[in-house]
Ligand binder design. Structure first.
Ligand code: BGC
Ligand code: CA
Length: 448
């Protein structure tokens, strides 16, 4: 438009100048003006075509960041005090999902596993013979609904839970060797006609001074403190995860033959079952890591979201419904959990192996490479770094996704969001928040 205006202006100035020389408009002058105008028009047309082509290419390649596929994983957008799901984050756009595991089913399994162990070993478990089965509990993150569920699961199964607003109280109690804490109660277990008391001797959120939760080193220190003051009362050690559980096992319980229970089925914990680690829960990270990337792949391909999940894809990838559930209202995929004990641990020794039913390579032409930004909230989280991320790295190849892995410090959201400076470089996003309340710090960046 601008060029055309200038060409016309030049033509008129020329015409005026000629006119100023006296005499009327000559044929020559008219021709010059007309030629200038034709030229301008041609230029204009060419420009318009160019612009149209540009717009079309942009529509093809440039999806607005706010409309790109987004998956939350491992930490479900939710209120850290009430557990209420953050539906605004979960429905951020039409291609937004959460991938995690069924926290309640897993928590129930963990509690049952501990109880089964106590019952099966009742003749030897009470180390000081006082008739009380004492346990200590390492809590991961009091504001993380998966951690809360596990604390509740253990307390429910052992009869030590008390009600708080319609659910089992999940607060840490500090120490309770005398059984007077109000956030828990003494439970009972009856085996072969004998009734035993079960007591939560101590529990604590394992958060380090810098603010990192699920902190294994903190748990290792805690068992040191606990065992120094009431060690012979501790018959069982329970942890919200294997990272903390193994830290306690290595620091104390292994040498003292005290069964220790965790969660995650990390390879080191599974191997430790041979050395007396009591057991763990597989949260089917092999299924979760697949789902995390698969929902993005499907959204990018513009196919039904169930492709390669509940419905086999052309390569034969499909999940059976005994390993996951999808809750449409919550926009959430939940993997199902399996208890791993001395009975079956041999099947779980390789925690980073892709799940066979979804291990088929996608065709690179039908599913061209796309770029994904993915973060791990804490680069030194045992489960995420030793189990989940290696699995993601196996699946990204199978799904033709080029993933940038960003590792956070586990404490500050901005440490991660600062590294989402140019979302336009990516086709899709996979997010693992530091704090489950903080989804908006990410969606704000995508909405800019
Ligand atoms: C795992 C923990 C991990 C946490 C991180 C949980 O699902 O069990 O081990 O620290 O996720 O968010
Ligand atoms: Ca005892």
């Amino acid at each position: 438009m601008k060029k055309r205006f200038m060409a016309l202006a030049v033509a008129s100035v020329a015409a005026l100048a000629l006119a100023g020389c006296g005499g009327g408009e000559t044929a020559e002058e008219t021709t010059a003006a007309a030629a200038a105008e034709t030229e301008a028009a041609a230029e204009d047309a060419a420009e318009e075509t160019e612009a149209a082509a540009e717009t079309e290419a942009a529509a093809d390649a440039e999806v607005a960041n706010k409309d790109k596929p987004l998956v939350w994983f491992n930490r479900q957008p939710s209120n850290s005090s009430t557990g209420e799901l953050d539906m605004a984050a979960l429905t951020f756009n039409d291609n937004t999902y959460y991938v995690g595991f069924d926290a309640n089913q897993g928590a129930e399994l963990q509690g049952q596993m501990v109880r089964d162990y106590i019952e099966a070993n009742i003749d030897t478990i009470d180390r000081n013979g006082d008739g009380i089965i004492g346990y200590v509990l390492a809590i991961g993150d009091i504001g993380h609904n998966d951690s809360i569920a596990r604390t509740r699961g253990v307390r429910s199964a052992l009869g030590t839970g008390v009600d708080a607003n319609g659910a089992v109280n999940s607060d840490p109690i500090g120490t309770n060797t005398d059984g007077t804490a109000t956030a828990v109660q003494d439970g009972t277990i009856e085996v072969n006609g004998t009734t035993y008391t079960v007591r939560e001797l101590a529990s604590q959120e394992m958060k380090n001074s810098a603010g990192a939760t699920w902190d294994a080193a903190t748990a290792g220190n805690a068992i040191g403190t606990w065992s120094a003051s009431f060690g012979d009362q501790i018959d069982v050690v329970v942890s919200n995860n294997d990272g903390m559980g193994m830290s306690m096992f290595n620091a104390w319980s292994k040498d003292n033959n005290v069964p220790t229970f965790g969660y995650d089925a990390n390879a080191d914990a599974v191997a430790a079952i041979a050395e007396g680690y009591g057991g763990t829960i597989s949260q089917h990270a092999d299924v979760q890591a697949y789902l995390t990337l698969r929902v993005l792949r499907n959204a990018l391909d513009g196919v039904d979201i169930d492709t390669g999940i509940g419905t086999a894809d052309e390569a034969g990838n499909v999940l059976s419904d005994d390993v996951y559930v999808y809750n449409d209202e919550e926009r959430s995929y939940y993997a199902l959990n399996v208890a791993v004990t001395a009975d079956n641990y041999q099947d779980f020794t390789d925690s980073t192996k892709v799940y066979a039913p979804v291990s088929n390579q996608l065709d690179a032409e039908a599913h061209p490479t796309k770029n994904v930004w993915l973060n791990i909230y804490n680069a030194s989280d045992n489960f995420l770094s030793s189990t989940y991320q290696p699995l993601l790295q196996n699946y990204d190849d199978l799904l033709n996704l080029n993933v940038d892995y960003i590792g956070g410090d586990g404490q500050t959201e901005s440490n991660i969001t600062n590294r989402l400076g140019n979302p336009s470089q990516y086709d899709a996003f996979a997010i693992n928040m530091v704090k489950t309340d903080n989804a908006a710090s990410y969606t704000a960046l995508l909405s800019q």
